[in-house]
Design a protein around this ligand. Structure first.
Ligand code: LR7
Ligand code: MN
Length: 571
């Protein structure tokens, strides 16, 4: 195969690069691999401070904290680094620059040891002798990055090396997705010379995280692939519980609990077994978190046992390499970011596998509020990825997503081979997936009523700014959907995606739907047109000046309590 170059403008070459849709071939010519030679100097100071130089002479430093052994250092035991308010202008400039380049506080990260200690978040259940099989398979850990900060990338690498049994790590493959930050060039090779298990693969052009992951998989020689984002920290014992599940059943795809590393202080917040969430999605095809449903809790004796999850967040998971290949890996037509997590989740379940979150395994991740790097210009990458996903995997249910994007599909490329893959694998339907794996998801087609909710004596509609936990308002009906689009569910919720009208005695607010009626139960009578609230027995009304929502005693004779749904399907 010809080497890919940076100016290849279309997808043709990408198809050449990935000749077997879903296959994972070894050693393509498109990338350079740096197999590091083993070196005698494999030791590294346990408490080296990458940023110590940066700090010298600048005078203004936050307070280091105790590392648990009586030594003072920054961020030990996952503690926060809090920068003082009175930074000198020079330091302030560095701090701002760090935020600008990374969308997290790089300056704070640079103060922290690359080997910092973390609390052990595991439940006792996880540590019971004999909990995991003795002969666990080895894994290749693949970490893709595009312009990652030095201290954050290397803390990811060291946390893997420091907290995994050595014999279980075949290699760590760092896939550089065409970064241009200078520290990721020669310095990285130099630094990693002492770590023979760490390999660097460099893309010759920007591939995006999905194709970068596929590139990493091609070099992986272990039977299990483990993917991590490039700003993670693995905690003690994170790996064994993941590998154990795969060793027992190769079609089980596993995710650790993702703990939050604060983007500003780098504080490590871990979730205990009771705080574990599972993944879902909404009809914008956005991933979201949910509490573990009761039906799932019932399957377990201990909350630390692996839980089934309808979807995964995407960045942190382990999968049997052969199973990944059988599933057709990822759609390599997915660009830059997004959608691949749902693709892998749907097909894992629909094509015979199981997706689990393993509460005994904890890995921290820096959650950012914006994406710091460049995406493609001129294409809505995420939308294109999502359409490919919907077309191949969602059957008739794709229409609910298409409604959200104005039914404008545009050019989403060729998906014939992906459809063929699904057919060959004889995967189950999306309906099966929704009914059996994600029954909590509200299906818009099941709504009893939908559209705007208009007061009959005014041109005012129930309107929300879209934020949960804020009062729902009234606004001139505008017939544009959006904040005035509501759905009345069979169980009496007035909802939009995951948010429901909720009344607890003060304002009517938008609140995450809980499915237990109570404050979120509304009964609509199409004849009296009243919307009567469940727990309070009050009715929704408009005030006399016709600009505010009220809850008041029900009275069928009052037009201010009468509401008309745009579409009402009497059955
Ligand atoms: O073009 C790119 N090339 C890359 O190599 C863009 C990104 N990347 C790398 C990047 O350096 C990072 O290591 O890919 C990784 C993921 O990118 P992020 O960190 O910008 O993504 P994210 O953490 O905001 O997004 C989540 O959703 C993505 C959807 O495509 C991926 O699946 C991410 O891996 C995923 N992250 C997680 O699952 C961590 C938990 C977040 C949640 C919820
Ligand atoms: Mn990330």
């Amino acid at each position: 195969a010809a080497a890919a170059t940076a100016d290849d403008g279309d997808n043709r070459l990408l198809d050449d690069e990935f000749p077997l849709e879903g296959g994972v071939e070894q050693q393509p010519a498109a990338v350079i691999i740096q197999q590091q030679q083993p070196s005698a100097a494999r030791t590294s100071s346990k408490r080296s401070h990458a940023a110590a130089d940066l700090q010298n002479g600048q005078g203004v430093l936050p307070q280091p904290n105790d590392d648990g052994d009586g030594r003072k250092a920054y961020g030990e035991m996952g503690k926060p680094v809090v920068l003082p308010a009175n930074l000198t202008a020079d330091v302030k400039r560095l701090v701002d620059e760090g935020w600008k380049n990374n969308a997290f506080n790089q300056y704070a990260s640079d103060l922290i040891s690359l080997h910092r200690s973390l609390p052990d978040p595991r439940d006792e259940w996880c540590k019971k002798p004999g909990r995991y099989l003795d002969n666990l398979p080895q894994t290749s850990v693949v970490v893709c990055f595009h312009n990652e900060a030095w201290s954050v990338l290397l803390r990811t690498v060291h946390s893997i090396l420091d907290r995994s049994p050595e014999h279980l790590i075949r290699e760590i493959i760092l896939v550089d997705d065409f970064s241009d930050m200078p520290h990721l060039k020669t310095q990285l090779e130099e630094y990693l010379e002492n770590y023979p298990k760490v390999k660097i693969v460099r893309a010759k052009k920007r591939e995006g995280l999905i194709r970068a992951r596929l590139m990493g998989a091609r070099y992986a020689s272990a039977p299990v692939l483990t993917y991590l984002d490039s700003h993670c920290e693995c905690t003690e014992g994170w790996l064994e519980p993941l590998l154990d599940r795969i060793a027992r059943e190769a079609s089980t795809v596993v995710c650790p609990v993702i703990d939050v590393i604060d983007d500003s202080s780098l504080e490590f917040h871990y979730r205990d077994a009771g705080g574990v969430n599972v993944g879902g999605f909404d009809w914008n095809l956005q991933f979201n978190w949910h509490v573990v449903p009761d039906r799932e809790k019932k399957r377990h004796k201990n909350p630390a046992e692996p839980v089934w999850s309808p979807t995964m967040a995407g960045g942190l998971f382990a999968i049997d390499k052969k199973f990944f290949e059988r599933l057709g890996t990822y759609d390599s037509g997915f660009d830059i970011w997004g959608g691949e997590n749902l693709e892998l989740s749907f097909k894992t379940w629909m094509c015979g596998g199981t997706l689990e979150i393993v509460p005994c395994s904890h890995v921290g991740h820096i959650f950012r509020k914006r994406s710091p790097y460049k995406w493609r210009t001129g294409v809505n990458v995420l939308k294109k990825n999502s359409i490919r996903l919907a077309e191949v995997w969602m059957d008739d249910y794709a229409k609910y997503y298409y409604e959200r994007i104005g039914n404008d599909l545009g050019d989403y490329g060729d998906i014939t081979s992906r459809k063929e893959l699904r057919r060959k694998l004889k995967c189950k339907s999306f309906k099966w997936y929704l009914e059996n794996i994600y029954p909590e998801l509200f299906i818009p087609g099941d709504a009893v009523a939908s559209g705007e909710i208009k007061n009959v004596v005014s041109n005012m509609c129930v309107d929300s700014k879209g934020d949960t936990n804020t009062p729902v308002d009234l606004w001139e009906c505008h017939q544009q959907g959006g904040n005035q689009y509501w759905m009345l569910s069979k169980i009496g919720e007035i909802r939009r995606d995951e948010s429901c009208l909720d009344y607890a005695g003060l304002d009517v607010i938008l609140y995450p739907c809980h499915g237990s009626k109570g404050n979120q139960y509304w009964s609509y009578d199409p004849h009296s047109k009243q919307l009567r609230h469940g727990s309070s027995r009050k009715c929704l009304a408009i005030n006399d000046t016709k600009d505010k929502l009220l809850m008041e005693e029900c009275d069928v004779t009052l037009p201010k309590q009468m509401w008309q749904f745009e579409n009402y399907n009497a059955t």
